[in-house]
Write a protein that binds this ligand. Structure first.
Ligand SMILES: Cc1cc2nc3c(=O)[nH]c(=O)nc-3n(C[C@H](O)[C@H](O)[C@H](O)COP(=O)(O)OP(=O)(O)OC[C@H]3O[C@@H](n4cnc5c(N)ncnc54)[C@H](O)[C@@H]3O)c2cc1C
Length: 464
């Protein structure tokens, strides 16, 4: 017997932070809508990032920077004040800083997102329901969208939104051919790390924020042996500080466009700041608000130049480490327990005693080999949907409902998030938000990006 098709006004595919914030914003708007959030995880609002159970896996920005309410920058600080006041997160007392300067554990941030959803639900005439399943196929016609779930059920929505988030390289074993993930320990799995010999050598590929999380996990798991980190440029994320404000120099000069011009000007501003005894993070932080505009105006050649020459620098200077995690990495580095080298991963062999990896060190031709008891893949995110071996991205591509975004980063869409099909037609029914729009905006993953997009998309969906 075929089950009847359930109907909704909006199908939100993915119930991480993006999907949940979109639901919150839709609930806050006048009217009566039926919203279904399709998410295989047991809870909404968490996704990959905020399912963290380890208290040391914190946000990479302090509370004052991480509000999910675009109209109230203090929203997280206010929630956290109540939460701590009610006895939550007792360890926060050890940091002796104002609540707005705390870096909350990501698991606690997930509770905040969930509470904002519960409050919006309680006050709204619209409804939100969590459908616990994975969307595996989507059909779109002139009037509606039809989503097929992995349990065979079908849902029809007037609109559908792809809020499917990031596909971390460490979590996509099906897509990688190097065997890296099959041989690797999950960077966030403290439990798995307790199984390692505490004195053994651990190898980590990638030196960004996932590596920082992995080092925190290792420390929590009681690992005290050497940690060898390899990444193409050998750059560590800088630590996030609280710089003073700085004049928004890009707002004053829209003629600055090419990656080279921008980099020169940003460096000049940083030098000016340093000469005045001001943290270089102050001028750099003003750039963030302009990234979407600069990226979307750039030619394909300029985008490529940025990715090739500026990206490693941008990643390590902009995507900064929370202070406590950075202190741990710095301590292990000073003790000589953690080493970081610029080298490209070329392959691996598993052995009875662990794993051996092949590397080409920067500036060298020869391939060298390094062995360790365990390997962690912290090489970042797979943004190219053609390489994501999940059914929905594959089906959407096969049906021609989406096309890769610029530089194959995520998928193509217009400024409102309406996706472009294989022929470049803007969909009236299918939208995307958050990490899938990486290629459209460059920065489209952080809490604030997602919060702003959710508000704008909710308004759009209720006016078409
Ligand atoms: C480990 C980690 C730490 C981070 N830390 C920070 C931070 O400190 N500060 C910051 O600003 N940003 C951080 N980020 C960026 C983070 O991605 C965003 O803040 C935000 O979580 C993105 O939310 P999302 O819902 O778009 O993606 P995700 O969190 O990836 O959630 C997407 C959800 O979609 C679901 N899904 C996927 N495909 C389907 C399908 N076919 N059907 C149904 N459901 C599906 C998944 O199960 C998942 O739950 C971090 C990211 C990661 C991975």
């Amino acid at each position: 017997m075929t089950e009847s098709i359930r109907n909704a006004d909006v199908l939100i595919i993915g119930g991480g932070l993006s999907g949940t914030m979109l639901a919150v914003q839709l609930l806050r708007l006048p009217g009566q809508r039926r919203i279904l959030v399709i998410e295989p995880r047991s809870e909404l609002g968490r996704g990959e990032a905020y399912s963290a159970v380890e208290l040391g896996h914190t946000l990479n920005g302090n509370a004052a920077r991480m509000s999910v309410d675009p109209d109230n920058a203090d929203d997280l600080t206010q929630w956290l004040t109540d939460y701590i006041g009610a006895g939550g997160w007792p360890q926060s007392n050890q940091q002796h800083v104002p609540i707005s300067e705390l870096f909350p554990p990501r698991g606690i941030f997930g509770l905040y997102a969930q509470q904002r959803l519960a409050e919006a639900k309680a006050l709204s005439a619209s409804t939100v329901e969590h459908v616990r399943a994975e969307g595996v196929d989507l059909q779109v016609d002139a009037d509606s969208t039809l989503l097929t779930l992995d349990n065979g059920q079908q849902l029809r929505g007037t609109h559908a939104v792809l809020a499917t988030g990031m596909f971390p390289a460490a979590r996509t074993p099906q897509t990688e051919s190097s065997g890296l993930n099959a041989a690797a320990v999950d960077p966030w799995d403290v439990q798995a790390m307790t199984q390692l010999d505490p004195q053994s050598t651990v190898l980590i590929i990638g030196s960004g924020l996932t590596m920082v999380d992995a080092v925190v996990s290792l420390e929590q798991a009681g690992h005290r042996g050497p940690i060898e980190v390899f990444s193409r440029h050998g750059l560590l994320p800088h630590v996030r500080r609280q710089p003073p404000s700085w004049a928004d120099f890009l707002a004053a000069d829209h003629s600055l466009r090419s990656p080279r011009q921008l980099l020169c000007e940003v460096r000049r501003q940083c030098r000016l700041a340093l000469a005045q005894g001001i943290d270089w993070q102050a001028p750099l932080d003003t750039v963030r608000a302009h990234i979407g505009r600069l990226w979307s105006q750039a030619s394909e050649r300029e985008k490529r130049q940025f990715v090739r020459h500026v990206r490693p620098w941008w990643e390590s200077h902009h995507h900064r480490s929370p202070p406590l995690s950075a202190q741990l990495v710095a301590r292990l580095y000073e003790e000589g327990r953690l080493r970081i080298r610029a080298a490209s991963f070329k392959g691996l062999e598993r052995s009875l005693s662990g794993v051996s990896i092949r590397l080409r060190h920067r500036g060298e031709h020869a391939i060298s080999e390094v062995s360790g008891a365990a390997l962690i893949n912290s090489s970042g995110i797979e943004y190219d949907w053609r390489r994501v071996a999940r059914p929905l991205p594959q089906q959407l591509l096969k049906r021609g409902l989406i096309q890769p975004g610029p530089l194959a980063l995520g998928i193509a869409a217009d400024v409102s998030g309406a996706v472009l099909d294989a022929h470049g037609q803007v969909s009236q029914r299918l939208f995307a938000m958050g990490p899938p729009l990486r290629g459209m905006w460059w920065e489209s993953t952080a809490v604030t990006d997602v919060a702003i997009q959710a508000k704008a998309l909710a308004a759009k969906l209720t006016h078409i």
